[in-house]
Design a protein around this ligand. Structure first.
Ligand code: OAD
Length: 241
């Protein structure tokens, strides 16, 4: 595949690499994506109930239980060959940062060290009132905080909420300073994360896009497209190095 050769050649000479990931990278671990497939998380109904703070609070306790079940499912999922290839790649290039939109924690569990979880994670819930954190593994079925009786919520960034300014600044700076940004398994539609590939490209980096559906991905000069699954293509890129 010519794209693989082009990708490996870019990575061989890269000093700084950003791997920007979305739900497609975890699809092969059995975790649904948000916008594709029959079991996608964001059906219209689920989006209204669970995706923003208003919907979440209006639909308690169902919304809490929905996140609790997601956290349980994610904890049972295992990293797949795409996560492993990213870990391996980090040992082949001088510097690699993973910037993920995923909340499943699978990059960390696979062994990636420098990971920015832009949209938070499903390891803990936190109390809206007192800020106390509780691991989902021991979170009660009732969404009330044991300490203050406030409402528990997931430690993810919902729509209409701000990303951590520190995480976003670090991600932007990594994109600005990289030689190659690999964008894998993301529909690239959610702002501000979707800016990162373009920030990298405007600063002179090359992009490698890995996705089975390339329709809405960026195209143009210095962009290599690899059409297919991350769990197949990322290991092939690393094997070619
Ligand atoms: P999406 O569901 O929008 O997109 C998933 C992408 O993965 C699509 O482009 C698929 O074509 C692709 N895909 C599917 N299977 C794949 C595979 N095996 N290998 C590679 N790619 C594959 O998910 P995201 O782009 O991650 O935010 O969505 C971004 C954000 O929107 C999420 O972080 C979440 C959501 O709302 C919040 O919840 C705040």
């Amino acid at each position: 595949m010519r794209g693989i050769e082009a990708a490996t050649s870019l990575l061989r000479s890269a000093e700084r690499v950003v791997v920007f990931t979305g739900a497609g990278v975890s699809a092969e671990s059995g975790i649904p994506t948000y916008r594709t497939g029959d079991n996608a998380f964001w059906s219209v109904e689920k989006f209204e109930r669970f995706a923003n703070p208003r919907g979440y609070h209006a639909h308690l306790p169902d919304s809490y239980e929905w996140y609790r079940q997601r956290a349980i499912a994610v904890a049972a999922a295992k990293p797949n060959p795409a996560h492993a290839a990213i870990v391996e790649l980090s040992s082949r290039v001088p510097q690699l940062v993973v910037v993920t939109q995923n909340v499943d924690g699978l990059h960390l569990r696979a062994g990636s060290r420098d990971v920015i979880e832009l949209h938070g994670h499903l390891r803990t819930a936190r109390c809206d009132a007192c800020g106390a954190e509780v691991a989902w593994a021991s979170a009660p079925p009732d969404p009330r905080c044991a300490g203050c009786r406030g409402m528990l919520r997931p430690n993810v960034v919902m729509f209409e909420e701000m990303l951590s300014a520190t995480d976003l600044a670090r991600a932007r700076s990594a994109a600005e300073g990289c030689d190659v940004l690999i964008s894998a398994g993301t529909s690239n539609v959610v702002w501000p994360a979707k800016e990162l590939p373009m920030i990298a490209r405007s600063a002179g980096a090359s992009l490698i896009i890995v996705n089975p559906d390339l329709t809405d991905q960026p195209w143009g000069h210095r962009i290599v497209h690899l059409e297919g699954r991350a769990g197949d293509l990322l290991p092939r890129i690393v094997r070619g190095l």
